[in-house]
Design a protein. Structure first.
Length: 109
């Protein structure tokens, strides 16, 4: 009886740990998607308004905080948040006669 209880408690503990890990992974991926959405939004905004400098977007599963700096060569930093997780995507682009060309895109720590 004692062995059966020990095995059952261990199985429950492992299940709880796996669920928490899975939730963390999903939240991290949602945060990354939010950050990428922020960069994509900023590219659209820059096409419409060359003086766009960023914003905080509210998304269905979190937020994206966007900042745009530079002239000619633009640096776009988008911090996506979902729950307690944050991920950052940085993109670089050139603005030549109001034509935005992406030159780099990466997740940054």
């Amino acid at each position: 009886m004692l062995v059966a209880m020990t095995v059952t408690i261990a199985a429950i503990a492992i299940t709880i740990i796996n669920l928490q890990t899975n939730d963390g992974f999903v939240s991290g991926e949602l945060a990354l998607q939010n950050a990428q959405s922020g960069v994509e939004n900023s590219l659209i905004q820059l096409e419409r308004n060359p003086s766009y400098s960023g914003e905080t977007m509210t998304l269905s599963n979190g937020t994206a905080t966007i900042t745009v700096s530079g002239s000619g060569t633009l640096t776009i930093v988008s911090i996506g948040a979902a729950g307690n997780f944050k991920r950052t995507v940085t993109a670089t682009a050139t603005d030549t006669a109001n034509v935005i060309t992406i030159t780099g895109w990466s997740e940054t720590p």
